[in-house]
Design a protein around this ligand. Structure first.
Ligand SMILES: [Zn+2]
Length: 313
């Protein structure tokens, strides 16, 4: 089976909170995503989000501290390689190394300091979600009652990212923000960790119209293992993940489907899917329903194809 690509995890924020944690070795016990588990699960590409918890100072310094953790704790682990370009991605697909991609989940900490965005780009930032759940200087988030879209500065952000080769992640945006990005983005955008709203009516999930817009734009949708985005019930199973897979397929998204676990960002888990080492259980469940080629696509190839096409050469 092909290598797996996972579009979202929150390891960096956990490490910021608990500096003793390590991605590799015995100190990794407090993490969901560890080097060993990526190996166990055959995860070949993992996206690491820089997310600033709300009790931290929303400053460039905090953002850069997490970028530093990405470099000193993740990229120093044996066999890990940063992915900044299509060429890096190709090396990951063909070689024995594992790819790590840096993303930013919410630009609050940038404080509209464009030098900080440029510096992050130099440090490897290639994916960016303008906001987390609330409103900030760029956009309103999915849980912001006001429901506004991109601000003027937010539009500039989308444009600057397009020029730099940073892809826009719409997962946490308000609906208005989503359509504003669809309107002004010069490149395809993607959702790193969201599910189908038709099956679970939660503001963090995507409506059918949004899913279709991503498909039409040539983007990808990373379905996520956050139990409360999968079902209203108290516990979620792999079957619940499959229901969302089936729904996106029914909208024509078979070749636009991927996964973004949100591991290390959640405190409840899908049964049997509590860390990346358990990806094979999802692969088996998918193989019972879909042809191998389709499953390969969903688990990795769709994301690899999208990133290979739209990351800088
Ligand atoms: Zn998130």
């Amino acid at each position: 089976m092909t290598g797996i690509a996972d579009l979202h995890c929150d390891v960096l924020f956990k490490m910021l909170k608990a500096p003793g944690l390590a991605f590799d070795g015995p100190e990794s016990a407090g993490l969901d995503v560890t080097l060993n588990r990526l190996k166990e699960g055959n995860v070949r590409l993992q996206v690491f989000a820089i997310y600033l918890p709300e009790d931290e100072r929303m400053e460039p310094e905090t953002v850069l501290r997490e970028a530093e953790l990405f470099w000193t704790k993740v990229l120093t682990a044996p066999g890990m390689r940063i992915v900044r370009s299509a060429g890096d991605l190709q090396a990951v697909r063909e070689g024995a190394c594992r790819g790590a991609l840096m993303s930013l989940e919410g630009v609050d900490g940038l404080r509209e300091q464009w030098w900080c965005l440029r510096l992050l780009h130099l440090l490897g930032l290639r994916l960016l979600g303008p906001t987390w759940n609330r409103a900030n200087w760029a956009c309103d988030g999915a849980l912001e009652p006001r429901g506004g879209g991109l601000t003027g500065a937010g539009r500039r952000l989308v444009k600057e990212c397009g020029e730099m080769g940073i892809l826009i992640d719409v997962s946490h945006l308000s609906e208005k923000g989503f359509w504003d990005v669809a309107d002004c983005s010069s490149r395809p955008f993607f959702a790193s960790h969201s599910n189908a709203r038709a099956l679970r009516d939660h503001p963090r999930n995507l409506t059918d119209a949004q899913i279709q817009a991503i498909i039409q734009a040539g983007g990808i949708i990373g379905l996520t293992f956050v139990p409360w985005f999968l079902t209203e019930r108290d516990s979620a199973s792999i079957d619940d993940v499959l229901r969302h897979v089936e729904h996106v397929c029914s909208l024509g998204g078979e070749r636009h489907l991927a996964f973004g676990s949100d591991f290390d960002g959640i405190d409840r888990y899908v049964q049997g899917l509590a860390h990346p080492g358990q990806y094979p259980a999802l692969a088996e469940a998918l193989l019972r329903r879909y042809p191998e080629r389709t499953v390969r696509g969903m688990l990795g190839e769709n994301a690899f194809r999208f990133l290979h096409k739209y990351l800088p050469q």
